[in-house]
Write a protein that binds this ligand. Structure first.
Ligand code: URA
Length: 254
């Protein structure tokens, strides 16, 4: 049985607030004092489409029949053999969530569970990411879009090699352009390296970066947080800065 962590605590506070109808809002002035993140106005976005019923293995998660360019990119990626990872994958892992979402998470690459299902972040790290997203008051399926630097599993869960990332990045860049999120969250050192050519997640986490005009927040990868639970506090601070851009308030902790 897993010990409850800061994210369970926040989720519990959110539920309690719902039950009591407590006002968990922070004033605009407090938000302004706490965070200096750039805020971009975005038009309301369509809800995620329900995935097809036969969506079990090789799952087309983040399915967008109203976005043909998204679906044709998925088809292109599913046939990709541009690097050695294509030969060893079970499933290409395209994305999860809603391609119309305002909040995008970018991880490293699929692990064994993701390779088996075709959906990013479904293993233990994915379970933690889901709780981090819930603590942020976002719905993972409808309000976020989740993708990785590489779409095929690096054997043995190693980090992607430079040439593998280079082969796959054009796909991710096209996905980011299509989603056009209001904020990107970079999960760990790998997206920091390949999207920004920066090293040093320990130093750079919590500091806003700019990806083609989109604010990007580097934070710890959930797999790192599983190995280093005390770092969850810092990750939560980073995620709260992201929430502030959306005008969402952290639940007051009891
Ligand atoms: N870790 C990642 O970076 N991505 C996944 O999809 C799963 C685990």
């Amino acid at each position: 049985m897993r010990k409850p962590d800061i994210f369970d605590e926040i989720i519990q506070c959110l539920k309690t607030g719902e039950k009591t109808g407590a006002d968990t809002s922070m004033s605009e002035a407090t938000l302004h004092d706490l965070y200096s993140a750039p805020v971009r106005k975005a038009a309301p976005r369509p809800q995620a489409q329900a995935a097809p019923a036969q969506n079990i293995q090789g799952i087309p998660a983040a399915y967008a029949p109203d976005m043909p360019e998204w679906e044709s990119l998925r088809t292109e990626c599913a046939a990709c053999m541009k690097c050695r990872l294509g030969a060893t994958r079970t499933n290409m892992v395209f994305a999860d969530g809603n391609p119309h979402a305002e909040l995008m998470f970018i991880g490293e690459g699929p692990g064994a569970d993701e390779d088996a299902t075709g959906v990013p972040f479904v293993g233990r790290a994915g379970e933690l990411l889901s709780r981090m997203i819930a603590a942020m008051t976002f719905d993972r399926k409808t309000e976020t879009c989740i993708a990785n630097i590489v779409k095929c599993r690096p054997p043995g869960n190693r980090n992607p090699a430079d040439d593998e990332a280079a082969a796959c990045m054009p796909y991710l860049k096209r996905q980011i352009a299509m989603v056009n999120p209001k904020v990107i969250v970079l999960l760990g050192a790998v997206p920091l390296l390949y999207l920004f050519n920066l090293k040093g997640i320990m130093k750079l986490r919590g500091r806003w970066l700019d990806y083609n005009g989109i604010p990007a927040m580097p934070t710890y990868h959930p797999a790192f947080l599983l190995r280093n639970p005390p770092a969850k506090k810092d990750a939560w601070a980073d995620l709260q800065a992201v929430m502030a851009v959306f005008g969402r308030k952290p639940a007051p902790r009891h």
